[in-house]
Every structure is written in C-alpha cells, then in structure tokens.
Unconditional design. Sequence first.
Length: 109
Amino acid sequence: MAEPTLKEIFGDSASQTVETVTISKADLAVVGLTAASNNTGEAILAAVIAKAQLVLTLERQELHPEQSIAFSEDSQNLVIRNDQRYRQFTKVINFEKVDDETDFDPDWF
C-alpha cells in the first residue's frame, strides 16, 4: 500500500494544484471545527492537525512502512500562564525518513 493520500489525511474534498492546497472546512467538522467565515488561523490549524491524527497513527505506520509521519503521543496538562490556568493539549508528531540527511526537508515526506 502506498503512503496516505491527500484525501485520506485531509478529507474527500482536499485537492491541490501546483500553487495551492484546498482543504474543505466541512471535512474538518468530524474533529469539531464549526465552519464560519471568521474561523481563526489557530482553529483551522488545530482542526487540520486533529484530522491528520485520525489517519497518521503508529499502528497504521507499522502496517505501511511507506508512511513517514505518525502521531505518537497525546496528553493533557494544566499550566499557569500570566496568572491564568490553561488546559494544554500536547500532540507529538514524528517525521521519519531513511537516515541519509540531517536537516528537516518537507519535500522528503
């Protein structure tokens, strides 16, 4: 099996051209994003990460070694910042390629 496709990771409406990547907010509803004309950049980024996490699992990577990216950890903590208590969600993303380079390059994946 090949590495996960754009549609598998980001939803059935995901597409790309040479210049753009399009991800439908409707495809991100499955992870809780409510589509609006004023969604924040952070909300969209969080939804994209949560959607990718559904597919890019360690279990799937074990079955399909051509998958280079997998989420390996998810945790919650309470932290204090500026005298305010926050719930912190930590997600660890592992990027793996054959060890022949030392710098991170998105084109490898």
